[in-house]
Design a protein around this ligand. Structure first.
Ligand SMILES: Cc1ncc(COP(=O)(O)O)c(C=O)c1O
Length: 398
């Protein structure tokens, strides 16, 4: 494996307080925040405590504005295209709620879209009679793009695709799907919650109308942060969230309001500005390290982990598909999830368990009740991969 410059790796780790305590392979849950992110959050909280919450927001207005600019440039958009949200799900719901669904409309998605998105689609079906259509997978895993493109003949109201699912190491071909949507002028919503900060994201290359993501996962921002990218096309077309509030719109008369021109029309009035500032810092940190460095390193660590784990007896690696992410999933037939995770935690190793109900379609096909998810990031080390593999071998052998 090509290693980064030793001083880079040492700096990343020195700037990450959590590195000294645990082997953190739960970056797909919430990555360890680097020091500048932590400092930005704490400093603003302190300021709020000293001078008042509203006053602190006014005092830091310029710094808050950098959130929109720096998150926008991370995904290839402008500040005007970015709305802050308290989570990826909230960002996603705001986008979905802006689509004027009517009974019989088709919502085209995949078999690997995120659990909460699938629940939202079913809720749209229950309330508005939307038909939820899932494109089939290819035999080797991942959505069958040709089949999905054929389904576009049904003129779906929106195509909704999760870039990197939460529960498997898959990467979906979102740019290929985007090209097909653009050619047909079909609305396209992408969930980039697990890919932001892990893979380069370029909204122009993807051709999406909406893209939602969180700050806390591979971007290494604080919990309670997320954002929605809204394309110029969608803004011009007048999409606005169903429950637009006084942040997103001006009340212009007893029976009238006008929405803001920018994507801020998708925001709520109330936000935790300390977290917004922390998330802005995380975007700058990722840009400074560079996705060109972050991404190949995270993927290489994950693939080394996958290979070494696959060589252990009893372990079944569950990741399938043409392109794999920095998420490694496995099951051990006959072993219970909770004690397995607890044994890892006792050894100072962080991972996560996904249950079948989080991924009914995917886990149903793989015939598993649970999966252990391990998700290294660029600030992890080859040595940590080896320690984790040895620990799992020991737990299963003992
Ligand atoms: C692919 C994907 N989409 C969306 C979400 C939801 O993110 P949040 O918890 O910030 O709403 C997750 C969380 O794990 C996810 O993995």
């Amino acid at each position: 494996m090509t290693e980064p410059l030793l001083e880079d790796l040492s700096r990343w780790r020195e700037e990450t307080p959590g590195c000294s305590e645990r082997i953190h392979f739960n970056n797909a849950g919430a990555a360890l925040m680097p020091r500048p992110v932590l400092d930005a959050v704490k400093a603003h909280l302190d300021l709020e405590a000293r001078i008042g919450g509203y006053e602190a927001a006014r005092a830091r207005e310029e710094a808050i504005a950098t959130f929109y600019h720096d998150v926008g440039s991370l995904v290839g958009g402008k500040a005007e295209n970015i709305a802050f949200a308290g989570s990826a799900t909230l960002a996603y719901s705001q986008a979905l709620s802006s689509i004027p669904f009517q009974s019989g409309d088709v919502l085209l998605t995949t078999r690997n879209d995120y659990i909460s998105n699938q629940i939202a689609f079913l809720s749209l079906r229950k309330r508005f009679g939307v038909e939820v259509v899932r494109a089939p997978d290819r035999p080797e895993g991942g959505v069958d793009v040709d089949a999905l493109v054929r389904l576009l003949e049904r003129r779906p109201r929106v195509v909704a695709v999760t870039h990197v699912p939460t529960n498997s190491g898959l990467v979906q071909p979102i740019a290929e799907i985007g090209r097909a949507c653009r050619e047909r002028e079909i609305l396209y919503l992408v969930d980039a919650c697990q890919s932001l900060g892990q893979l380069p994201i370029d909204v122009s290359a993807i051709g999406c109308d909406f893209l939602s993501a969180t700050g806390r996962k591979f971007l290494r921002g604080p919990r309670g942060t997320g954002f929605l990218y809204v394309s110029d096309r969608a803004l011009k077309a007048g999409y606005e969230p169903l429950f637009i509030d006084m942040r997103g719109a001006r009340w212009t008369g007893p029976d009238a309001y006008i929405h803001r021109q920018s994507a801020k029309r998708f925001e709520d009035w109330e936000s935790a500005w300390c977290l917004v500032l922390g998330c802005a810092e995380a975007a700058r940190y990722a840009t400074a390290v560079s996705l060109a460095v972050i991404s190949p390193r995270a993927l290489r660590l994950a693939s080394a982990l996958r290979e070494k784990l696959a060589a252990l007896p009893r372990i079944r690696i569950l990741d399938r598909g043409g392109e794999l992410s920095a998420i490694v999933t496995l099951e051990v037939p006959g072993v219970e999830a909770a004690p397995f995770l607890a044994a890892l935690e006792e050894r100072g190793i962080n991972g996560n368990i996904s249950l079948k109900e989080y991924a009914i379609l995917d886990f149903g096909e793989k015939q598993v009740e649970w999966a252990l998810r391990l998700s290294p990031h660029y600030y992890n080390t080859v040595e940590e991969v080896e320690v984790v593999v040895a620990a799992i071998g020991e737990i299963l052998g003992g």
